[in-house]
Design a protein around this ligand. Structure first.
Ligand code: NCD
Ligand code: ZN
Length: 343
């Protein structure tokens, strides 16, 4: 049987929601990862260091301190985030980054940045104080083709930003296109990217395989097969600019299956198994540890984890659903299987 033991990994992009919803999902991530970057798109969003502190306490108490899991907090960048708040966040030690959502780009992003220039005072402070900028990299104009929004974002926003802030560490989150891979590769070492399991394993055909598949709908939307191959090459290349961020994003099944279903794929229950499946398909399992456990920590300036996990190639069945407060959550691969499992 094939197996691989790696240093305990980290998830550098995770949504766990709040309250009873959080209690249903956070244990999945805590069982696999040592640390996770916790996304701030709650309702209302995590805007201040005090908000992040309170959210962090709620996460730790939801886990009953049973798991050795460290939530790494982020603030939600708005047009009005002040340099003073940035300084406070940096001094806290537990806030590591700010998340940039173009207003209206995705789930709970209506308070996002309307014009990047409005955030320049905050970005300057982040650069000075060593906080990272995590970018949802899509333009939002509704006339622009949804499959082009990431590529156009690179030209319209990212290229200028990277030159205007040469010392600001920028993570281009959940990249989905060949153009994003190429941009990150040619940028200098202050630019990196996270990659999700769904963008390694699925292409846009999987949105319509035998019918409309709402549980494969996430943002940025799945792209063409050529893009998927570029993402796969980047993830498995051993280039330290590309590292793991699941973007696991739980929603109630009824909200995903409605006439206007919301964006987000839940992968936390089998996150590392999915990455193992993807890397094994590319015959690059030897590159998994660096992608999952080293490169992200290095880019964030965090110590690498001690401890390890072992993945074995043994099929596991995925449940049809998980409880989700008073609702249910339909996970990725619901009622199907995954080729790997954690020992
Ligand atoms: C995320 C969510 O549900 O919060 N959805 C998604 O499709 N990825 C938001 C995000 O990261 O875009
Ligand atoms: Zn996300």
């Amino acid at each position: 049987m094939q197996s691989i033991t790696i240093t305990k990994p980290d998830d550098f992009h995770l949504h766990i929601r709040d309250g009873d919803y959080m209690k249903c999902v956070v244990k999945h991530s805590a069982a696999q990862f040592a640390r996770a970057i916790i996304m701030p798109n709650l309702r209302p969003p995590v805007l201040t260091t005090d908000d992040a502190d309170a959210y962090r306490q709620r996460i730790l108490s939801a886990l009953n301190n049973q798991h050795d899991f460290e939530p790494l907090m982020t603030l939600y960048l708005t047009d009005n985030t002040s340099p003073e708040e940035i300084e406070k966040a940096a001094k806290s030690g537990f806030v590591k980054a700010l998340k940039y959502y173009p207003a209206g780009a995705t789930t709970n992003s209506d308070q996002g940045v309307t014009d990047i220039k409005k955030a320049y005072p905050a970005l300057k402070a982040m650069s000075d104080h060593g906080l990272l900028l995590l970018m949802h990299g899509e333009v939002t104009e509704s006339h622009i083709d949804i499959f082009d929004r990431e590529t156009i974002f690179i030209d319209k926003v990212l290229k200028n930003l990277v030159t205007d802030f040469p010392n600001l560490k920028i993570v281009f989150e959940h990249i989905t296109t060949r153009s994003a891979v190429e941009f990150v590769m040619q940028a200098d070492s202050h630019v990196a990217a996270t990659i999700t399991p769904q963008h390694l394993l699925l292409s846009r055909n999987d949105l319509f395989r035998g019918g409309l598949r709402p549980h494969h709908y996430c943002l940025p939307i799945l792209k063409a097969e050529d893009d998927r191959q570029a993402i796969m090459s980047a993830a498995t290349s051993g280039n330290p600019k590309f590292f793991l961020g699941t973007d696991s994003a739980p929603h109630s099944s009824i909200l995903k299956e409605s006439a206007c279903g919301c964006a987000g794929i839940y992968t936390a229950h089998i996150a590392m198994e999915l990455y193992a499946e993807a890397f094994a398909r590319a015959d690059r399992l030897d590159k998994l540890e660096a992608f999952a456990s080293n490169f992200g920590a290095d880019f964030y300036g965090l110590p690498r984890n001690t401890g390890s996990i072992t993945l074995i190639k043994k099929e596991q069945a995925v449940p049809e659903s998980f409880p989700f407060a008073n609702d249910t959550l339909t996970p990725y691969r619901a009622g199907e299987t995954c080729a790997w499992r954690i020992q």
